[in-house]
Design a protein around this ligand. Structure first.
Ligand code: SAM
Length: 294
């Protein structure tokens, strides 16, 4: 739609929180495919593409760069002479702030990244409130309401800054596609709560120090649709054009108490492990797997 409505000669797309791995260039080839199909149908000249891959400065951009020659070759083979040029750049830095010049990007995309907060949400809480969440590194069923409120406040602050920054960078008629890792609002055990429990087990086994456990809070918030809508409305730069909800079977897997499970324990553990690896990296995975098997 963004391409059809404005038909830019150079389509500038930014992927925010691109990470490094098999999914990193998937968005790039998907967008080229979509625009390519639109071009074949309406037959205008295909545009030039400029993709900006963004992630935090510690992301392994060199591995992405090394995969580019093969990626470009594959694009040329698949799209042939109808394919316009494609340039891929890296934009290191936090998406909670400005990354691009004013009016420079046609389309922003971000998937499974905006649940990462910019900082520990409990930093501003009093010692007393923090101690009520002692032994936990996340919002758990026994956490006092102030803990949830602190996480929500941090999400609202971060997401507002994200929207404001993108609104300045987007060209007139541009759009954003955001995929959130969210929650339905019904109480359930999340992957983050399980990680918190595992860290507590590790403390009890003497593998980590109490001080470290107490000072660590997972800086992640999975908002409800209403919480996302509320920030978008309050910030005021964007409106929601389309909203889709996708239920991932992960929910059934993690919240099942084992009684009626359609998956056996080992398969459940593998599903949970893969999810944890996908969203958090590999460092906690071994412990995570073992605990899930219990
Ligand atoms: C779970 S990965 C998502 C990767 C990919 N977008 C996908 O959907 O498969 C989340 C990524 O967001 C990045 N991220 C977290 N906070 C960020 C920030 N403030 N600015 C830029 N990237 C951030 C992380 O470094 C990580 O690579």
């Amino acid at each position: 739609m963004v391409y059809r409505d404005s038909s830019p000669k150079c389509m500038k797309v930014a992927d925010l929180g691109c990470s490094v791995g098999p999914n990193t260039l998937l968005l790039t080839s998907n967008i080229i495919d979509i625009v390519h199909t639109a071009c074949t149908r309406f037959n205008p000249e295909p545009p030039t593409f400029q993709f900006y891959l963004n992630d935090l400065i510690g992301n392994d951009f060199n591995t992405i760069f090394k995969s580019l020659p093969d990626f470009y070759t594959r694009l040329e083979e698949e799209k042939g002479h109808k394919f316009g040029s494609c340039f891929i750049n890296a934009t290191p830095g936090s998406f909670y702030g400005r990354l691009f010049p004013n009016n420079s990007i046609n389309l922003f995309h971000s998937s499974n990244s905006l649940h990462w907060l910019s900082q520990d949400p409990l930093l501003g809480l009093t010692r007393e409130t923090k101690s009520l969440n002692k032994g936990n590194c996340y919002i758990v069923s026994t956490s006092p309401p102030n803990v949830y409120k602190a996480y929500l406040n941090q999400f609202q602050k971060d997401f507002k800054l994200f929207l404001k920054s993108r609104s300045e960078e987007l060209v007139y008629g541009g759009a954003m596609v955001l995929v959130f890792s969210g929650n339905t609002g019904t109480p359930r055990r999340t992957c983050w709560e399980i990680i918190s429990l595992i860290l507590n087990d590790m403390f009890l086994e003497g593998l980590i120090e109490e001080e470290k456990l107490d000072s660590f809070n997972i800086p992640v918030f999975e908002p409800t649709i209403e919480e996302v809508r509320h920030v978008i409305k309050e910030e005021g730069s964007f409106f929601v054009q389309r909203l889709e909800i996708c239920n991932v079977p992960w929910d059934e897997c993690i919240n099942d108490d084992g009684g009626d499970s359609f998956l056996d324990g080992n398969i459940r553990a593998k599903v949970i492990t893969k999810h944890a690896r996908g969203s958090n990296g590999a460092s906690l995975v071994r412990k995570f797997w073992c605990t899930s098997c219990k």
